[in-house]
Design a protein around this ligand. Sequence first.
Ligand code: DGL
Length: 272
Amino acid sequence: MILEKQAPIAIFDSGVGGLSVLIEVRKILPYEKIIYLADKKRHPFGTRSKNEIEKITDEIINFLISKNAKLIIIACNTASTVKLDDLRAKYNVPIIGMIDIEVISKYINEFTGNSVGLIGTSATVNSKAYDDIIKKLNTDIKLYSKDCSKLVPLVETGKIESDSFKEALNNCLSPLLSDGITNLIIGCTHFSFIIERIKDLLGNNVNVFNPPRFVAHYVKEKLSHEGLLNNSREIYEPEYLVTSKRDEFINTGHKMTSLDLKNVKLIKLYGF
Ligand code: DGL
């Protein structure tokens, strides 16, 4: 398969979370075509089994390759727990994940002290995928991970003003403050939209790291290294594909990002 410069970058998540990555990619790569896939039919991924997550990830990557993607971004930490090396060995397209040594290397040296908190889904926390990479990069870092799966469907449906959301967010962050963390990794792309609230609750002594920006920088480096940057100077509207709840995607996506989501198609993914 020959990858073409004019071909799209594909980005996927279980829902709106990966839009936090799309925004960062568009900031530094404004001339790239983008296909964004939200597999809302199988949302949330984070409470699924390892097998299910592997199967879903594989199916989506195959689909995006059939759409001629020149690079795939797994804009979902949960799906990024699938071993990237295995995926890269299997597919002939560059694949970049949220839990990627190249991405984590971009911010690990900015930590203040060695106590680092991580908030993510149950699958992300239980996989220990962050722990494994961080250990490879710096053995002094102590990682405190917190399963915050409860927040995901509330963000996905835009219910972030509710009392149950406030309570769930507090329950998620308080134990990490008691652990004395001085850094926090936003280990779920859905949580990037509530970063200001997270910072307010954590106070000034905790540095918050939001991976989407670092992912976008790595994407740019990778495309440039592979000679795959689109050299046209046209700006394209991304194409959005959703497997269910199209209106909810448009409304929550707009609420979280202020993006005007045009060009949104409902698709059937399974057995494509
Ligand atoms: N946005 C996702 C993540 O980064 C997925 C959340 C979910 O579907 O549970 O993990």
